[in-house]
Design a protein around this ligand. Structure first.
Ligand code: AMP
Ligand code: MG
Length: 359
């Protein structure tokens, strides 16, 4: 029988290969959640850092561990649709079809909040973001805890999101109680955030469910201008607080190069030569088809351009991998905006701090 000792003194890493073989580990983690502790757990998108959403002290500790700005609310993770009706003030009619079609899965829905939730769980907003993750370990953890779990991504605020337990450990060891290590996450970018508290519904963050797939069931859905923005939005325009904050950035400066494939490659070659002349070490975030074009640089590939899902899956891992190199600047290729490509480009633009060069 595993026991939980030294809460907050050290971080327990518990491997869970499946819900069956890892049942004891999940039970330990659930007890930690019930006692107000912090548990990182795998989901299909990225690792989440969970706290009991009904415990305001635990939720505040979660913000502190991540160094997360207090105005950026976490997502409420549920294992049962009944929890939505319990913790949401008003569930509009269009929510049913979305929950049936996309849950469990990488779609977060924003609703008017209910008084049943402490204000810390919604960062003082009058709305709450909810999703049901499509990962057996995450679902078992929520179920065993018996409470909804408030969880943002399990990284230090500003860093690329974690797609491996090791990434969580690198950022948060000693600051959280447990990491459930369920291996690599499958999607690799965060959930799509869709605001249903307004009419027409607004897509606030592109993610694991494509805009095209949502539009097929909700024809009136619109993209928030920020999603495709090539520059920072002002606070007034930001509906989702996370929009305003620094995000996904590795240690080195990132420059995103946009344009058609051959012009983009030539631009990156030009820029790399320029930086190398200045005595800088250059990294290139490339793809399988282009990685051999660059010389004198540390080149990492996100995967083949023929499969944007694989590129999404590798994106954060490769951005983090530059941190153990000595590059001063990372020149990042862009990808098409179709499907999950919209989420990849949104993350790359933010990772670059909107330092975008058109080829
Ligand atoms: P993270 O999982 O770390 O990416 O953070 C959760 C994301 O959900 C952030 O981008 C938040 O801004 C967003 N979010 C959480 N609650 C709300 C809400 N009530 N309205 C709009 N966006 C939200
Ligand atoms: Mg995050």
């Amino acid at each position: 029988m595993l026991t939980v000792q030294n809460l907050n003194l050290k971080t327990l890493v518990l491997p869970v290969n499946s819900v069956v073989s890892g049942f004891e580990q999940i039970q330990v983690a659930a007890r930690v959640i019930q006692r107000g502790g912090l548990v990182a757990f795998p989901t299909e998108t990225v690792y989440g850092l969970g706290a009991n959403a009904l415990d305001s002290v635990a939720v505040l500790a979660l913000f502190k561990a991540k160094n997360r700005p207090l105005d950026n609310p976490p997502i409420l993770h549920v294992s049962d649709v009944n929890q939505v009706y319990q913790f949401v003030g008003e569930v509009p009619r269009n929510a049913g079809v979305l929950m049936r079609q996309f849950w469990p899965g990488p779609l977060t829905l924003v609703f008017k909040r209910s008084e049943a939730l402490p204000k810390e769980s919604t960062a003082g907003l009058d709305t709450v973001a909810v999703r049901m993750p499509n990962h057996s370990v995450a679902l078992a953890l929520i179920k065993q805890s018996g409470v909804p779990i408030a969880a943002p991504s399990a990284n230090l605020s500003g860093n690329p999101s974690p797609t491996l337990a090791q990434h969580v450990y690198d950022d948060l060891a000693g600051k959280i109680d447990v990491i459930l290590d369920g291996g690599s996450t499958s999607i690799g970018v965060e959930s799509t955030v869709l605001d249903l508290s307004v009419n027409p519904p607004v897509l606030l963050r592109p993610g694991g469910v494509s805009f095209e797939a949502i539009r097929a069931v909700l024809p009136d859905v619109v993209l928030h201008p920020f999603v495709i923005s090539e520059q920072e939005v002002t606070v007034k325009q930001a509906r989702s607080p996370g929009m305003m904050h620094k995000h996904y950035a590795p240690n080195a400066e990132v420059i995103l190069v946009e344009g058609n494939l051959s012009e983009m490659i030539n631009k990156i070659i030009d820029l790399s030569e320029q930086y190398i002349c200045e005595g800088k070490k250059v990294g290139v975030l490339a793809t399988d088809e282009t990685r051999n074009k660059y010389f004198g640089c540390t080149v990492k590939s996100m995967g083949s351009r023929s499969n944007l899902n694989l590129i999404a899956g590798n994106l954060f891992k490769e951005l983090r991998a530059f941190n153990i190199t000595s590059v001063d600047v990372i020149l990042a290729e862009s990808v098409p905006l179709d499907g999950i490509g919209l989420a990849v480009m949104n993350r790359l633009r933010k990772a670059s701090g909107y330092n975008i060069i058109k080829a």
